[in-house]
Design a binder for this molecule. Sequence first.
Ligand code: ARG
Length: 580
Amino acid sequence: MNILKLLEDRVISALKAAGAPEDTAPMVRASARANFGDYQCNAVMAAAKKMGMKPRDLAQQVIDQLDLEGIAEKTEIAGPGFINIHLAPEWLASSLQPAVNDERVGVAKTAQPQTVIVDLSAPNVAKEMHVGHLRSTVIGDASARTLDFLGHKVIRQNHLGDWGTQFGMLIAHLEELEQDSQEAQAMELSDMETFYKASKKRFDEDEDFAVRARGYVVQLQGGDEYCLKMWRKLVDITLAHNQDVYQRLNVLLTPSDVMGESAYNDSLPTIIQELDNKGLLKEDQGAKVVFLDEFKNKDGDPMGVIVEKSGGGFLYSTTDLAALRHRTNALNADRILYYVDARQGQHFDQIFTIARKAGFITEETSTEHHAFGMMLGKDGKPFKTRAGTTIKLVDLLDEAEERAARLIASKETDLSEEQKVQVIKAVAMGSVKYSDLSKNRTSDYVFDWDNMLAFEGNTAPYLMYAYTRVKSIFRKAGVAESDLTGKINITEATERDLALKLARFSETIEQAAREGMPHIICGYLYELSGAFMSFYEQCPVNKDGVEADVKNSRLQLCALTAQTLKTGLDLLGIETVEQM
Ligand code: ARG
């Protein structure tokens, strides 16, 4: 159940009944401190001003009209006119009860399902995925999973960079390579980065090669069969590499989510035509340009966005316009979310503006650039190898596994070798992902192995360990979660705190889905674990002398904690283990 939503609805009715203007927002928030109640309504001050009333008088009228019978044990006015709401523990207990052992842990599906396009990952062909693509992949995947869980129709789109003039030299080099032995070929193609660099070197150093390469670009664009076949090979090799990475990272992307830049080739002339029909196009030094009054260049003139180069040839922007049109017309998007580096912010502002003017998207289509900052090294500079080159994603994941193996080896466990392998993998991938997911995506973040693999603090190992601790309570009690009976009964302060945290799961993931901000879920799970630890210190479960119904009630809170942690981590794409 979404408590925040319930309270908002009740407050809206009360505001209305108290005569507040129709458009008054309920402004209900979780209170920052326990003495302000569990939730707070901050709507009264602004409404009272509009009505020419004293805020505290209006607050009293709202409270008089506020129907929280059986839900709140106390509502009170605080300060200039805040309304503090204290929930009744009996109500909290009874609203949590149905969530225990429910596969959705009490989270309802949305009443207004939308079609949401999630543009994520989008690496480039013949280039190895690097750490920059990690953020897009991991944050985008968590957001997609969360939206999906809430009942939205999620369409993942991997806008692969699979087109452009570089394919001339890549094809020319592949051709040369195909004269080598199978082994030599396999060797060079196993590392696309090396292959790319070798092609570039040939292009820069050998004029004949460069001429051939340029010819292939033209032929490829003209749909030449041989060139297309060679191009396809390069795309397939890249896709296979990427798919390995997705699998390792437990990211739900498949080859069928790939809708690369090349897929829009045929529609690009139509895009230009339609822009022209709308009168949006101008010729500028032979190029076709859309000028936007909304954006000024450094001289204060409307900024131009080139959509066709002089002498022909389309651009990244043209393709993105075609993608927007496709996502609106063919995929019926209500929302289109882009998980792309913050440095592309202006590009997206511009294409959203053009697409709206051209009618490629509707008035209602919500286009959102869910930007993220850079991954930095400990020195505060962009994350690089010692030699100053970009770090390959596979190398990073290998290192994570090595470090996790050392970490697990240093702990005393009674895990079997098989279990250990599983724990190492889960901890390694979980740590890398969580360190990224747990930071507000809009800022840069420092990649730090020691922090992310620590068992204390807001880390994956801490949460995964908290989960195993709860599970061990059941092993000790000799009770299966699914066999729990009896009622939750909240008497102790730490029980109440834990119950309130558990009850906030719905509103938390709804907010995270709305804003495309997985760190909200991370922060929540961290606080939930903290609330659980305090509860477990104060409220024994398996100790002798704990009465049967008390034990039963506490076991239900334990069960719900475990299920919420597992579900929450799953929404982040992080695996849990039962023991570690
Ligand atoms: N391939 C691009 C890059 O590596 C990202 C593409 C993002 N998606 C988009 N629709 N433009 O920078």
